[in-house]
Ligand binder design. Structure first.
Ligand code: 5GP
Length: 212
């Protein structure tokens, strides 16, 4: 990462209905160390799934603890999703962005709208769609970690979530995970090079070039 042009960090938001493959995409993006992405770990009042680890997948909180974070203005955004509360801790985001590094978010459309309002120039948003509702259902059932009732609720909510695509900068249909992954990477790489993200630094760099 020896780019001579330093830029502000950006916030890359991935949203999708449950089961559209966002978790796999997120994992693969984080595994690619050359991308140097940091995941924002949310707080939630949802109960922990057996495969989840506190502090890695989420910070699991009681409703009281969550409300305290809200009142203290410790959350960059928060929302109620599928009957539970989710929020993004503010300070880790600020620390990463201040280093000129990028943060990855797996949040819903309500949180996306809040972040877009607060930091319109520093946010890049991508919406992931499933190839079909049939495939979405199959993916939710394959995960088999949620009760039938929870799956039914998520499928129902998916129909509402899918209609939110117009607020996003980019829309990807996740038919094949490798294709979707390279599409997300292409977006990230291009967004990092946008002039507006580093206009001052480019100006200084060009000044130096012209002195040679
Ligand atoms: P799950 O319970 O399956 O982990 O997540 C349910 C939904 O909550 C997903 O659509 C996910 O994007 C969203 N979500 C997770 N963390 C946050 C958060 O911090 N803020 C918001 N607004 N949504 C979140």
């Amino acid at each position: 990462m020896n780019d001579p042009i330093k830029r502000r960090g950006l916030m890359l938001i991935l949203s999708s209905p449950s089961g559209a493959g966002k978790t796999t995409l997120t994992r693969d993006l984080l595994q690619d160390k050359s991308l140097d992405l940091t995941l924002s770990i949310s707080v939630t009042t949802r109960s922990r799934r057996t495969s989840e680890v506190d502090g890695i997948h989420y910070y699991f909180k009681t409703k009281d603890e969550f409300d305290r974070l809200k009142v203290q203005d410790d959350l960059l955004e928060y929302a109620e999703v599928h009957g539970n509360y989710y929020g993004t801790p503010r300070s880790p985001v600020e620390a990463v962005l201040n280093q000129g590094r990028d943060m990855l978010f797996d949040i819903d459309y309500q949180g996306t709208q809040q972040v877009q309002k607060r930091a319109p120039h520093d946010v890049v948003t991508i919406f992931i769609l499933p190839p079909s509702m049939k495939e979405l259902r199959a993916r939710l059932e394959r995960r088999a970690e949620d009760e039938a009732e929870v799956i039914a609720k998520r499928l129902h909510n998916a129909r509402n979530e899918i209609t939110r695509w117009p607020i996003y900068d980019y829309v990807i249909v996740n038919e094949d995970i490798q294709t979707a992954l390279s599409q997300v990477k292409a977006i990230l790489i291009a967004e990092r090079l946008k002039r507006a993200r580093s206009a001052q630094a480019i100006n200084a760099f060009v000044g130096q070039l012209l002195e040679e």
